[in-house]
Design a binder for this molecule. Structure first.
Ligand SMILES: [Zn+2]
Ligand SMILES: [Zn+2]
Length: 401
């Protein structure tokens, strides 16, 4: 497993190379010594790096670091040199081993596409992510990353500052202790762009179908053709972006735009994916989704309030029932004359007639209040429907003003 110090030396070596493909370079032992000195590390680390290189002894020109037949210097300059040629696969293998040992990912697999091209597949927060790894800068620059599919880039050719592309890292950064934290933020950002959550999915159990129905109505009233066969309508998109069509709800199509309402595992909640011309786009900025999300949230909240009020009402009913049963017992005692006796003993001087009237009035008000509390949610429920106004429909509030 590669240690941080060793990784630093190698990164320095790759960073100093002024070629595109760092795996084609060879290093002399004294070059490696120089990097180690520069980094302030003990020189005995150099032999530890040898497993990543094939080592040979070669005769070379002291000054030009090539065979003297190539530079034409006198033989006196020829010297026996230890030459180290990078074995990229050995390095990647050890790097993967270090990543497996680290806490950064839940699982790590890798695939070698060529000696200098590797793909790392990892599980991160229950999501599959992949890293395309390059030793060749030009190849890296040409590569078109599919960030929305959680594909990232890794460079072996330079240090962190050499990687200016978004969502790309140097191989050394992945070994950092705080990589997980940083990466987590970036994945979160991408996920949000990939699918916009409009509500939680799990808690809606029990009336989810009615919400779905409402959303379908919203799309179709807003001028979208609504289809349930997402796998057929968005065959290319769902395959390209690896969207589980078993978890899609429906798609709304209009012109080149397709909005897929979906509860796949790409984001934590119930969400919308937006495709335009076959490419994924951020749904966050669209008026349609913003409008829909606001309206459906209001609707769900209203529905939940009604449900809660109904529960409160039914609790009231049971309290009331208890109250009446107690009242019944009290009346029973009253009939036996005991209450009057007690009252007369303790509240002498009170006008019992007035007390009875006040009590009656109070009871009347309480009865009306209770009736309202109990009946209101049921009345609310009676007039409640799941329909939400389509986009651009004037709400009653607007037409009043
Ligand atoms: Zn020479
Ligand atoms: Zn989805």
């Amino acid at each position: 497993m590669i240690l941080p110090d060793e990784a630093d030396v190698l990164e320095e070596a790759f960073f100093r190379a002024d070629v595109s493909d760092v795996s084609r370079l060879d290093y002399r032992q004294r070059d490696l010594n120089e990097y180690v000195d520069y980094l302030g590390i003990e020189r005995d680390i150099v032999p530890e790096l040898y497993p990543y290189f094939s080592i040979s002894r070669e005769s070379r020109c002291e000054k030009h670091n090539v065979p003297i037949s190539s530079c034409g210097c006198p033989e006196s300059r020829e010297t026996e040199t230890t030459v180290c040629r990078l074995k990229p696969e050995e390095l990647v293998e050890d790097w993967v081993k270090a990543l497996r040992e680290s806490e950064a990912f839940e699982a790590v697999e890798w695939e070698s596409i060529g000696p200098t091209r590797h793909v790392l597949m990892a599980r991160f927060d229950n999501t599959e992510v992949s890293f395309q790894c390059f030793f060749d800068r030009d190849e890296f620059e040409r590569y078109d990353f599919e960030h929305q599919a959680l594909e990232f880039g890794v460079s072996f050719f330079g240090d962190a500052s050499a990687v200016e592309r978004e969502y790309c890292y140097s191989w050394r950064q992945l070994l950092d202790d705080d990589f997980r934290e940083r990466f987590s933020r970036e994945v979160q950002g991408l996920r949000e762009a990939f699918g916009v959550d409009f509500y939680e999915y799990e808690p809606l159990e029990g009336y989810r179908d009615r919400v779905r129905q409402s959303l379908r109505g919203y799309f179709s009233e807003s001028g979208y053709e609504v289809r349930r066969e997402v796998g057929e309508v968005c065959a290319a998109e769902t395959i390209q972006y690896d969207i589980d069509t078993g978890k899609t709800d429906f798609v709304g199509c209009e012109g080149k735009s397709k909005f897929v309402v979906c509860h796949c595992n790409k984001t934590p909640g119930w969400h919308v994916h937006h495709f335009r011309d076959g490419r994924i786009e951020s749904a966050e900025q669209t008026d349609l989704i913003e409008d829909m999300a606001g309206k459906i949230e209001d609707k769900i909240n209203t529905y939940q309030d009604i449900r809660e009020d109904k529960q409160t009402a039914s609790r009231f009913v049971s309290v009331l029932a208890t109250f009446f049963s107690i009242g019944f017992v009290v009346l029973l005692f009253d009939r036996l004359g005991e209450i009057s006796v007690i009252l007369q003993e303790y509240v002498t001087g009170w006008n019992l007639e007035l007390a009875a009237v006040i009590l009656l009035l109070f009871n009347g008000v309480a009865a009306i209040a209770l009736a309202v509390v109990i009946v209101k949610p049921y009345a609310h429920d009676f007039v409640f429907d799941w329909e939400i106004d389509p986009l651009d429909a004037q709400s009653p509030d607007d037409s009043d003003s």
